[in-house]
Design a protein around this ligand. Structure first.
Ligand code: FE
Length: 290
């Protein structure tokens, strides 16, 4: 048994995306700020509609998965497959872009708080051109594991703790996802600690979004990605106001990553193909071309 140390920090930087949505980007703020298989983590958080009202009008993706987790506010997703999704507080949208998705993500409110996260998870070369897939996961279908001192919302992966076992709606038992993703939202009461099991050898990081917490006596910066060293468990201690953190882990793909905006492939040629497919209207229909 070994406890994962806090190894490094990827600070979040203010940026904007879509038609001008203000957000903070930690992972993905540069090509060196990734943690295989995770490509990007954005947090959007504002009480000012000017910061989010323009939304994310129709845009493409190819070669990876996007996971949107809402804390506050409502967004509407529409895509070329005809899916419409209503993302409300506590809900998740798990979208596999595969060979191509064209979608929009627009606010369904003109005032009030909008807060949530978008995570990008890479796909292995063998799955980058698979058909697009989309899952809307309502807040009520995300299980919670309660323990003395807090709870974990289990969005993806399986959590075993104190004789309990809870699996998320994504990557539960029998899943064969290449990246074996784990996505937990941990709520810790004030001045408590918890030890959570993590698979040795998988990349893992935490993102403290409320309160204070520490790992091995080192305080976590607020709204930054805390990259964990290897080990088979994570020990977290909350501060006097409690803490809320995302905990993310996944199996590294160890493949070359070539990114151009919303396209993430293995080679430059594949990026050029994606651009050409998009320009000619074949992004979502073309099967893999040599
Ligand atoms: Fe998108």
């Amino acid at each position: 048994m070994s406890t994962r140390p806090l190894q490094s920090i990827i600070q979040s930087v203010p940026t904007s995306d879509g038609a001008g949505v203000k957000l903070r980007r930690s992972l993905g703020s540069s090509q060196f700020a990734r943690l295989d298989p995770f490509l990007m983590l954005d947090e959007f958080y504002s009480d000012n509609p000017d910061d989010y009202i323009a939304g994310f009008p129709a845009h493409p993706h190819r070669g990876f998965e996007t996971v949107t987790y809402m804390l506050d506010g409502r967004m509407e997703h529409k895509d070329h497959l005809g899916n419409t999704g209503d993302l409300g507080p506590g809900s998740v949208q798990w979208m596999t872009a595969g060979r191509g998705v064209i979608h929009s993500e627009m606010p369904r409110q003109s005032e009030g708080r909008m807060r949530g996260f978008q995570l990008w998870i890479n796909l292995p070369a063998a799955e980058k051109m698979k058909p697009a897939d989309y899952r809307d996961i309502p807040a009520g279908s995300i299980p919670e594991l309660e323990f003395d001192g807090g709870l974990v919302r289990v969005i993806a992966g399986t959590l075993r703790l104190n004789g309990q076992q809870v699996s998320g709606p994504v990557n539960g038992p029998g899943s064969d996802m290449a990246t074996d993703p784990l996505y937990w939202d941990l709520h810790l009461d004030p001045a408590r600690q918890v030890t959570l099991p993590l698979t040795r050898g998988h990349s893992a990081f935490v993102y403290l979004y409320d309160g204070r917490a520490s790992i091995g006596g080192e305080s976590l910066p607020h709204r930054a990605a805390g990259i964990l060293g290897d080990g088979d468990r994570l020990n977290l201690v909350s501060g006097s106001d409690g803490a809320r953190l995302l905990i993310l882990a996944g199996k590294p793909l160890n493949e070359p990553v070539v990114q151009y905006g919303p396209f993430v492939m293995n080679t430059r040629e594949e990026i050029e193909q994606a651009l050409s497919d998009y320009r000619s209207g074949r992004l979502t229909t073309q099967t893999a071309s040599a």
